[in-house]
Design a protein around this ligand. Structure first.
Ligand code: ATP
Ligand code: MG
Length: 203
């Protein structure tokens, strides 16, 4: 049985926060692999869509080049219409019945997951690894985890993680403002962003 981490996200663009989170979860929980799953047309982020799912997938693939324990799956970007985490996790469970899946996300998601589609099916299909993100008070997170355990029988591990003030939103702003994103985003991804002219005219 392999232990496989699943990193969902928009990855618009992927940055070192995502990569370090995957590596940290791998080390702390003893995962064999981490699979990144870029979202298709996310219903949660409908307001802005200039970089296509295929291009976000491409950036994620570039970021993972040469890492044989991390890869990028195109299952959500290939699906028609909305994509939901519960479907992805249930599909993976069906395709890889021998393996155990760990859904990795930033602790900010603990506070929104009840608004996602079928949270109970997400928690049934995978354990959750929630990384402490930014200065979120520990008591608040512990209380939220207790509540999700009671309500859904969720299996949740809190992952101590660096406080990295990095987000894709910040990266997009930097590009728009003509500031450098070197060391925040892998070099080959920066080259791709420049070549395609992404984020220069962000809101
Ligand atoms: P955006 O600013 O567009 O929301 P993002 O940086 O939050 O982008 P997403 O693609 O939305 O990136 O996030 C994918 C996952 O990575 C989420 O679970 C999110 O919580 C987590 N994540 C992103 N950045 C960090 C960070 N700096 N520290 C911890 N977790 C992070
Ligand atoms: Mg986000």
């Amino acid at each position: 049985m392999r232990k496989i981490g699943i990193m969902g996200g928009t990855f618009d663009p992927i940055h070192i926060g995502h990569l370090l989170l995957a590596r940290c979860a791998m080390e702390e929980v003893g995962l064999d692999e981490v699979w990144f799953v870029p979202t298709g047309c996310s219903y949660m982020k409908k307001d802005r869509e200039m970089v296509s799912p295929q291009e976000r997938f491409q950036m994620t693939e570039l970021a993972l080049l040469g890492n044989d324990r991390m890869k990028c799956l195109d299952m959500e970007i290939k699906r028609e219409g909305e994509t939901y985490s519960y479907e992805t996790l249930e599909t993976l469970r069906r395709e890889y019945p021998e393996d155990a899946f760990y859904f990795i996300f930033g602790a900010d998601c603990l506070f929104t997951i009840e608004t996602w589609k079928y949270p109970e099916r997400i928690f049934a299909a995978a354990s959750v690894i929630a990384a402490v993100r930014n200065e979120m008070p520990l008591e608040d997170m512990a209380a939220k985890i207790e509540q999700l355990k009671n309500r859904f029988g969720a299996r949740i591990t809190l992952l101590p993680f660096l406080h990295l003030e990095i987000s894709s939103t910040d990266i997009r702003r930097r590009v728009r403002d003509g500031r450098s994103i070197r060391y925040l985003v892998p070099d080959n991804v920066i080259a791709y962003i420049e070549e395609k002219g992404f984020y220069r005219n962000e809101e």
